[in-house]
Design a protein around this ligand. Structure first.
Ligand SMILES: *Cc1c(COP(=O)(O)O)cnc(C)c1O
Length: 435
């Protein structure tokens, strides 16, 4: 369609990688105008963990709309909001022993991050925030200051202040625990790093290249925060809602963050929704201090509740994600071993994984070839050097295998090695994983 060239802004990005007009989507599939079918391993950059147009959520949403349920509610108490909060409290917080109050912000991740940073600064009376190399927290000014990527930072047009950057886990090589450096600068009065209000961290860096922090690094980080009375903010916007194999990405490390930001797959259906979870004693907001016209997107409350009820009433789904995650690990490792020439490596955990191709051009070539084979898959990282596997968590085992096969074939072509010899299928692939 010509209209996109005529009047849509140059700011487009994903549309450049996948230049088709899409008109339908279902589960792990996207369809274009010409009826072509694509497997979706981008999944709304982590927003579609439960697939496109999840049939259970769709039915609830249609019923709600048919009954003239509230659509827009500011922060009024609505039945839909109340039922979402009950589900969150009963099925997510209580079984995990977590005690949080919920702040509804404008329905984007970056707005939740803005609120979290504001709150931390107001509570502590300190301005500085520690964020990490390759961290991504959104592109509004406060969140952008905490974001590492120079392409995004460069668009700010003003100085991005109030944040000190520290090396993330693995930044200085596998054997260096970078939390030791953080501890050192916090205890040295001449380090030049002001005592921060908070540390903001992703347990797995999504946009920054699928860098997964180790459990021990995360535990050390929390200990340092406690010791120095610094608030710990976990940005679980992309890693949360099951992506790593637990509802929250910090469960494996046993963290209890002071503040958690959530968005992306929280609404479940791809509807805009964001919240900040706050330890009750830290909920020092005054009425209306932070607001947002669309903080009461009731459609998202309906589908978010449906997502919790459907997938998080017990641990069946989490186990299934972990199992698929193991399969992905195994496949990606074998691809790296076979075609990586000693340069490629795997990264990530759960169903949040990638292949580091070191070179951005090479990674782009791989994803372009994959798209020709009807797979939508993107790259991330400082130089877009990581091929990022972010398929819906509910994907069938058959399609998971198929998608990875496509990437393998694309890599085989790009790395000009002969096509892969089909390996014997292992037990992961023969077991039914339908959800
Ligand atoms: C996507 C993302 C954000 C920003 O969310 P938007 O809805 O794009 O504003 C913030 N933090 C992380 C970790 C993200 O992945």
């Amino acid at each position: 369609m010509k209209i996109f060239d005529e009047i849509e802004s140059e700011v487009q990005s994903y549309a450049r990688s996948f230049p088709r007009v899409f008109n339908r989507a279902k589960g792990e599939y996207l369809y274009d105008e010409e009826g072509n079918e694509y497997l979706d391993f981008l999944a709304g950059a982590g927003t579609l963990n439960y697939g496109h147009n999840n049939p259970v959520f769709k039915e609830k949403l249609l019923e709600y709309i048919n009954n003239d349920g509230i659509t827009h509610g500011l922060d009024l108490h609505t039945l839909a909001k109340g039922e979402f909060l009950e589900a969150l409290n009963e099925k997510i917080f209580k079984p995990r022993g977590l005690d949080y109050v919920v702040q509804f912000t404008g329905p984007t991740g970056t707005n939740a991050v803005e609120a979290a940073l504001k709150l931390a600064r107001n509570i502590t009376g300190r301005e500085n925030i520690i964020s990490f190399t390759n961290g991504f927290h959104g592109v509004s000014l406060g969140a952008l200051a905490a974001t590492g990527n120079s392409h995004h930072r460069g668009a700010a047009g003003v100085s991005l202040s109030g944040v000190s950057r520290m090396p993330y886990d693995g930044y200085l090589g596998e054997d260096i625990d970078t939390t030791a450096y953080l501890e050192k600068v916090l205890t040295d009065s001449s380090s030049g790093i002001d005592l921060p209000a908070a540390v903001i961290v992703e347990t797995v860096q999504g946009e920054g290249g699928i860098n997964a922090a180790s459990v021990s690094w995360l535990k050390n980080l929390q200990e340092i925060c406690i010791r120095h009375k610094i608030l710990l903010i976990v940005d679980d916007i992309q890693a949360g809602c099951g992506r790593t194999g637990a509802y929250f990405s910090f469960e494996e490390a046993g963290l209890t963050p002071d503040i958690v930001t959530m968005s992306k797959s929280l609404g479940g259906y791809g509807l805009p929704f964001a919240v900040v979870l706050i330890k009750p004693e830290l909920d020092q907001w005054k009425p209306g201090e932070h607001n947002g016209t669309f903080r009461g997107n009731n459609f998202a409350f309906v589908t978010a509740k449906a997502a919790i009820d459907t997938y998080w009433s017990d641990d069946t789904f989490a186990k299934e994600v972990l199992k698929k995650g193991e399969y992905i690990s195994k496949r990606l490792q074998s691809i790296v071993d076979r075609y990586g020439n000693g340069n490629f490596s795997t990264r990530g955990r759960g169903m949040f994984q990638g292949i580091n191709c070191v070179n951005g051009e090479l990674a782009a070539e791989i994803t372009r070839k994959a798209f020709k084979k009807n797979l939508v898959i993107e790259t991330s990282g400082a130089d877009d050097q990581v091929v990022k596997f972010l398929c819906p968590l509910v994907i069938s085992q058959e399609n998971l295998t198929k998608g990875i096969d496509i990437v393998e074939a694309a890599i085989a072509e790009v790395c000009s090695v002969s096509s892969p010899i089909p390996e014997e299928r292992d037990f992961f692939e023969t077991q039914s994983m339908a959800s």
